[in-house]
Design a binder for this molecule. Structure first.
Ligand code: GLN
Length: 545
């Protein structure tokens, strides 16, 4: 079967939920038995978002193969329960780098290298590769940015050419727009949508479906008007009102027969009746009123919740299956460090310290770990969150007053977190971080073992520093146990405290593997401990029942 491709473009505004819409449609197609994959084309010049500040770009999402990607890849994986690879992420930077490398090698045999066809061909090659490598029936391709952006033009040209090359019945174009609401007249306006479709058509792309996002309910007449002006069948104008519950979106789109319309466009019939029972159950549970617990998230970028998107989602998933609601209290580590907002720690039922880089706020995170340990408050440390837990223990319990990570104090006489010589060759090969999936052996009779219920797990990493092996013995002799190790036992993957209701840190990022249909065991364990300390019996329901 030929691989079919659905392209998603955006008009009017960015940040109106193209990624979530593509992911939601992916879920509907997967529910019909199709093997799908999703790819994001990002028109910016960075090779990947790994070097971008979270303030600019939200969290960096890490895949199994170590690709550092846009947070939309997290939506794709969570909504569609996929494990994507670096084939799913393409930036202008990567495309140019590849073409220029070939040019330097002389591969173009003296030809003049141009945006069309060399850049566009490389974009098309990467789209085809995403489908081929995953053996997908349908590839969903999201083009970042909005129509009309100068930097997006080569991508739009490439996808226009692909329709011609693959044939109309093998491609579909979904255009996502925004309908502004005019307070003065109480009207929803379609003009910007009309203009963005005109812009798209001027470069030769005719949308097959328009998803019209709005903050307000959109009447049928408005959809009719969009259909009339934009040459799209009325049934293919899909109004999508802003929802506080992202996981509801596949069900909203299902109501409007989005999958049927697209499959029809692609000359495909569903392979099976849509299987959305588990998803429906999950959404219903999310909407049900439940007792609430408060989790303090102590981080550096707390003003920007997108910087911790996967952590927030993983908390939500775990809470859902424990039968509770969670209020996340965003606590600034930099404030705690300055002595501001310490009382906020008293008002939470558990603390999570997520990943981070750089020294700002580190002492605040260490303080949060100390508070959790001393007050027997459940604590989950993710990457940097584990490192500060180890530093704090070193300082307060083992009496190493200058204990630190050598990331923050090169002169510490107790660098309990350090660059490990075993990792040195990693640096020589150019990669300065341990990235992607690595195995972890769970030690028997530990909290980690009781949570994972298995001896070996594979988790995603993104860090440079490790627990310093020189100090492992003294920690283990004094109450901190290293319950997850690399199979050769050289690297510490999980640390946990004995005699505490739940104080566990992991060197990896479990949040990237949590799914709304399958919460991550470490997050579930943390939420269960929170419930237990509050005297709330955590309901353990069979997933999806
Ligand atoms: N900065 C720390 C390191 O590089 C932690 C990284 C992280 O939390 N992702 O090891």
């Amino acid at each position: 079967m030929t691989t079919k491709v659905i392209f998603f473009t955006g008009g009017v505004l960015s940040s109106v939920g193209k990624g979530v819409t593509a992911a939601a449609i992916g879920r509907l197609l997967k529910a019909r038995g199709f093997n799908i994959t999703i790819q994001k084309l990002d028109p910016y010049l960075n090779v990947d978002p790994g070097t971008l500040s979270p303030y600019q770009h939200g969290e960096v999402y890490v895949l199994d193969d170590g690709a550092e990607t846009d947070l939309d890849l997290g939506h794709y994986e969570r909504f569609c329960d996929l494990r994507l690879t670096r084939n799913s992420t393409v930036t202008t930077g990567q495309v140019y780098q590849e073409v220029l490398d070939r040019e330097r090698r002389g591969d173009y045999l003296g030809g003049t290298i141009q945006v069309i066809p060399h850049i566009t061909n490389e974009i098309k090659r990467r789209i085809a590769l995403a489908g081929k490598a995953s053996n997908a029936d349908i590839v969903l391709v999201e083009v970042g940015g909005t129509v009309g952006d100068i930097e997006g033009q080569p991508f739009l040209e490439a996808i226009r050419e692909m329709r011609n090359e693959l044939g109309r019945g093998n491609t579909a174009f979904v255009h996502l727009t925004w309908l502004p609401y005019l307070k003065a007249t109480g009207e929803i306006k379609t003009k910007p949508t009309q203009h963005s479709v005109r812009e798209l058509r001027s470069i030769g792309i005719l949308p097959d479906m328009i998803v019209a996002r709005s903050d307000y309910p959109v009447e049928k007449a408005i959809c009719g008007k969009i259909a009339q002006f934009c040459d799209v069948p009325a049934e293919a104008v899909i109004p999508l009102e802003t929802s506080g519950l992202l996981y509801q979106i596949p069900l909203v789109l299902e109501e409007m027969r989005v999958a049927e319309i697209l499959l029809d466009r692609l000359n495909l019939s569903p392979k099976q009746e849509p299987d959305l029972a588990k998803w429906r159950w999950m959404v219903q549970e999310l909407g049900r009123e439940k007792p609430a617990v408060r989790v303090g998230l102590v981080g550096k970028y707390v003003e920007l919740h997108d910087a911790y998107l996967s952590v927030r989602e993983a908390i939500k998933h775990a809470a859902l299956y424990a039968g509770v609601d969670v209020e996340v209290e965003w606590i600034s580590a930099a404030d705690l460090e300055k002595g501001i907002g310490l009382e906020r720690l008293e008002n939470v039922d558990g603390i999570i310290v997520p990943g981070g880089f750089g020294s700002r706020g580190v002492e605040g995170k260490i303080l949060a770990a100390k508070y959790a340990r001393e007050h027997k408050l459940p604590y989950l440390g993710l990457c940097m969150g584990m490192q500060v837990m180890v530093v704090e223990y070193g300082r307060s319990v083992l009496g190493f007053s200058d204990a630190n990570s050598s990331e923050f104090d090169k002169l510490s006489t107790h660098p309990v977190i350090d660059l490990m010589p075993e990792q040195a060759n990693l640096e020589e090969t150019g990669g300065t971080m341990r990235l992607g999936l690595y195995p972890c052996q769970i030690q028997p009779d530990t909290l980690a073992a009781s949570l994972y219920q298995t001896e070996r797990v594979d988790e995603r990493h993104r860090h440079r520093y490790e627990v310093n092996n020189d100090f492992r013995a003294v920690f283990e002799q004094n109450g901190m146990f290293f319950s997850g190790l690399s199979p050769n036992r050289v690297l510490v993957e999980i640390a946990e405290l004995r005699g505490h209701p739940f104080m566990l840190g992991c060197q990896f990022h479990p949040e990237f593997l949590s799914r709304p249909t399958a919460p991550h065991p470490l997050f579930s364990g943390f939420i269960a401990a929170v419930c237990q300390t509050l005297g709330l019996a955590a309901e353990t329901r069979p997933q999806g029942s």
